[in-house]
Design a protein around this ligand. Structure first.
Ligand SMILES: [Zn+2]
Length: 360
């Protein structure tokens, strides 16, 4: 079985830690801002290069989710390879810049791991959201977080890479860290601390993995997204005619069974779940999803076997390199990161003139 196998994987050397992809999700904004203040923009930790990125500085400055279009929907193959003109929305231009610097998506040059920090108004606790349920790196990080005392869940969006639309899909491995409940535009210390702890444990895991630690196989629970449910709407105006039912509000990841209440109409009527399969609700009443027509999402829970993993030792790489060559390569990567405009990439708050000039 999968749990008894041992898989040897390349080290996770270049890591991007991104926040402010949504400009009003303030845990990630402040976590990133603090790291940028405290340390060099490209950090050299033990066996890891971490680049810290403020993804959407213009939206952060305005404390809005986005300025023209949702940045975190722009990382599909189609949008990343589309033409850019004077009229192209800021976020599309920005997604292509981020793809150049952290990707290109799907290429060998891409970051080994992209971790993108988000908040939700839903009562979801800490979740990792990813596009794969067989990425052993992400699933082992998930299990490592579970073993610390942070309750954490893993949500799997079953989409092929070229359709994957969020920033974390640019890396070779990647996931969003989503934490709630927190209102957008608000920073709550308990939520920020949980995010900081999660990030710290993730970096700790990467450090251990890169230095040769073997991680045992086992089983983890994964929530695979099944469908979104919209609000009941007025046929003509398309305005919503009901709110989430009080018995469902804040009950993210509590099993929803057929005939359980889902909505309460504004005239007081209860609307029930008409599905036949019990499923797990999440993103219940997420503020930013009213415009997307999503009142809640539903997932199926599954147990996934993960193999034991460790990183390649020297000599195990397909093309063996001498350690002198390796060190040279590390230096090169570091040099490139500094030269290729990471400085511009991570600007925040006050936008750089070039950004203003280009997109206003
Ligand atoms: Zn977000």
């Amino acid at each position: 079985s999968t749990e008894e196998e041992e898989v040897v994987l390349p080290t996770v050397f270049r890591v991007a830690l991104c926040g402010g992809t949504h400009g009003n999700e303030l845990s990630g904004v402040y976590l990133v801002r603090e790291r940028l203040k405290r340390k060099r923009k490209v950090e050299e930790e033990d066996h890891i290069y971490v680049v810290t990125v403020m993804s959407n500085p213009r939206a952060v400055q305005q404390c809005r989710r986005y300025t023209e279009t949702d940045l975190n929907r722009c990382f599909t193959h189609a949008t990343l390879s589309g033409p850019v003109t004077d009229k192209t929305p800021y976020e599309i231009v920005r997604s292509q810049e981020l793809n150049t610097l952290l990707g290109p998506k799907g290429s060998p040059e891409a970051m080994d791991l992209v971790c993108d920090l988000h908040n939700t108004t839903a009562n979801m606790g800490l979740c990792l959201i990813a596009y794969s349920d067989c990425d052993w790196i992400s699933l082992h990080i998930y299990r490592y977080l579970q073993m610390s005392d942070i309750p954490v869940r893993f949500i799997h969006f079953d989409l092929p890479l070229n359709e994957a639309y969020s920033l974390d899909s640019v890396g070779k491995h990647g996931f969003a860290i989503e934490i709630g409940p927190q209102a957008h535009g608000v920073v709550r210390s308990n939520i920020l601390s949980t995010m900081q702890e999660g990030v710290q444990h993730m970096l700790e895991w990467i450090h251990l993995f890169n230095s040769g630690t073997q991680f045992e196989g086992g089983k983890v629970d994964v929530y695979t997204m099944v469908k979104n449910v919209d609000y009941p709407r007025d046929f003509e105006t398309r305005g919503i005619t009901a709110a989430i039912h009080p018995q469902l509000q804040d009950r993210d990841f509590c099993l929803l069974r057929p005939n359980d209440p889902v909505f309460q109409t504004f005239s007081g009527e209860t609307l029930k779940y008409k599905g036949t399969e019990p499923l797990y609700p999440f993103f219940i009443n997420e503020c930013a999803y009213y415009e997307k027509g999503i009142a809640l999402s539903l997932a199926r829970q599954r147990s996934v076997g993960i193999p034991s993993i460790r990183s390649e030792r020297e000599g195990e790489q397909r093309k063996r390199k001498s350690s002198a060559e390796e060190m040279e390569e590390e230096e090169e990567i570091k040099g490139e990161m500094e030269e290729e405009g990471y400085q511009k990439l991570i600007e925040y708050g006050e936008e750089s003139d070039s950004l203003n000039g280009q997109y206003n």
